[in-house]
Ligand binder design. Structure first.
Ligand SMILES: Cc1cc2nc3c(=O)[nH]c(=O)nc-3n(C[C@H](O)[C@H](O)[C@H](O)COP(=O)(O)OP(=O)(O)OC[C@H]3O[C@@H](n4cnc5c(N)ncnc54)[C@H](O)[C@@H]3O)c2cc1C
Length: 465
């Protein structure tokens, strides 16, 4: 695929669309948006644009499409698979200045926002209404980036992923049309589900310029629980037992012993060096919460738990989740000079124990250093491999490949929540078979000049074919 390089005339036209303060070509600005948080190599865009309205986004797309200039949307770059890296240069379209809350539909438990608002910033505002948007990927990701990646996080086990919490979006298409997909009705069955076609499309089909999100009331009571186990399999069997009990956890996270030790030593959390579950429960009545905790204690004891600590203290709970959310940054800090390959696979819950046992066996057999943590309640696991040179990287990738193919074989997916980006494109054929050609046909229909986030989701033979 050949694209047009950006000319001085392009810069003039784009400046007219967005205004002189909303465009930059400085090396520092381009470098800042050349790479996400993954191990994938940085690529520089030729120009960064900061549109402030949906109409500007549509105008930019119309022009880029006519000129065949690649265009990669950018939220805040917290992706973990190279999703917003401008692989083919061109324009990086940063939505970071479209941060307005357009309307809180308080009585409908909904909010309409621009795509660049961070979900944490949004939730701070919504707290005044006693409401919140539940998907929580940890980092202060933008709503546009979360919808584009179908991000999930620790609360998905109770509230669903981003796709489950959006009702309607405005999307700018490659040819400059602005369309609405979905509606503000909770029930929707009018035709093809275009809303969910764009969710998870990683900016390859259109740019999200507005979204109406579902909200839920802030829970009145919350408890956090930490339980430790003698073996990884005991911890994982407990996850299945908790889900089967109907206790409805709001978070159900697994952390391996080595990572617990790091959190204890570097994040000040009181943890044993054992396979551990972090959990959270929400309730409206104290009795319900207490009854649930008793039942949970019984389940954990039945699986041989060696430690069980429950708290409703706000500060203690906040510290625990802060440590969990920053666990990756802590890992990076204690491995100076190393980069990480982060795997993200997900399987049906019944296959979770098999997958985890397989990962343990692979790591032991190939003697590859790695950490495991995961949104266990969703059957999702992240394996984090530190590497310092090409040899360590190759060894990590060999084990990573096996884990991904095993997850697919178990009826799961190559990516539970980080999206395909660059890193998972090579597994798309194995996971989707002939359906991948259908995805490509959709891509060709909506973006025939392949200007939108080129080089993502599809393996190179599709893209260059
Ligand atoms: C420490 C850490 C922990 C994380 N934990 C989790 C986790 O638990 N769960 C999880 O799901 N993710 C997690 N992530 C990954 C990341 O936060 C999510 O993928 C998030 O959705 C990215 O949002 P962003 O705003 O940074 O978007 P970016 O990374 O900037 O972009 C994401 C993708 O969306 C596209 N895009 C951005 N805005 C738009 C738009 N308006 N319209 C169309 N396309 C757009 C980009 O081109 C790119 O393909 C974590 C990341 C870090 C660094």
């Amino acid at each position: 695929m050949t694209y047009s390089p950006i000319t001085p005339n392009d810069i003039n036209v784009l400046t007219e669309i967005v205004g002189p303060d909303q465009l930059t070509t400085t090396h520092a600005d381009r470098l800042l948006r050349a790479k996400d948080q993954s191990q994938h190599a940085a690529k520089l865009a030729e120009v960064i644009l900061f549109p402030q309205t949906a109409l500007q986004v549509a105008e930019i797309l119309r022009y880029a499409n006519q000129r065949c200039i690649p265009i990669t949307p950018w939220g805040v770059g917290t992706s973990l698979e190279g999703n917003p890296i401008p692989q083919y240069g061109g324009i990086t379209l940063s939505l970071e200045r479209m941060t307005r809350i357009i309307k809180v539909h308080h009585d409908d438990f909904q909010v309409t926002v621009e795509p660049g608002i961070g979900h944490k910033d949004l939730n701070r505002e919504l707290a005044r209404f006693g409401l919140f948007f539940p998907p929580d990927p940890g980092a202060n990701a933008t709503i546009g980036g979360m919808l584009a990646n179908n991000a999930a996080g620790i609360r998905t086990v109770k509230y669903g992923a981003s796709k489950d919490n959006v009702l309607r979006m405005q999307v700018a298409l490659a040819d400059g049309r602005l369309i609405h997909v979905g509606s503000r009705s909770i029930k929707q069955s009018a035709g093809y589900d275009l809303l969910h076609l764009f969710v998870g499309s990683e900016g390859t089909l259109g740019i999200i310029t507005e979204a109406t999100l579902k909200l839920v009331p802030l829970p009145q009571l919350m408890s956090a629980v930490v339980a430790s186990f003698p073996t990884i399999s005991a911890a994982i069997e407990t996850v299945v037992a908790i889900k089967a009990s109907g206790l409805d956890p709001a978070a159900l996270e697994f952390i391996d012993p080595k990572q617990c030790a790091i959190l204890r030593d570097h994040a000040g959390v009181n943890l044993e060096e054992k396979p551990t579950l972090f959990m959270e429960f929400h309730a409206t009545h104290r009795e319900t919460l207490e009854y649930g905790l008793q039942e949970l204690l019984q389940i954990c004891n039945d699986q041989g738990a060696t430690g069980f600590r429950a708290t409703t203290d706000h500060a203690e709970r906040a510290k625990l989740w802060q440590a969990r959310h920053h666990a990756f940054e802590t890992l990076v800090r204690v491995h100076p000079g190393k980069t990480f390959v982060i795997d993200d696979v997900s399987v049906p819950l019944s296959a979770y124990p098999v997958l985890i046992a397989y990962i343990e066996a692979q790591l032991a057999e190939h003697d590859v250093p790695a950490y495991m943590k995961g949104h266990a309640g969703d059957g999702n696991i992240h394996v984090e491999f530190p590497f310092g040179d090409a040899h360590e990287y190759d060894r990590a990738m060999q084990v990573n490949d096996r884990i991904v193919l095993k997850a697919i074989e178990l009826g799961g997916t190559c990516t539970g929540e980080h999206g395909v980006g660059i890193g998972k494109a090579k597994y798309m054929q194995a996971e989707h078979g002939q359906a991948l050609a259908v995805m490509w046909a959709i891509k060709q229909t909506l973006d025939p000049n392949r200007i939108l986030n080129p080089g993502k989701i599809f393996p190179p033979d599709f893209f260059n074919g």
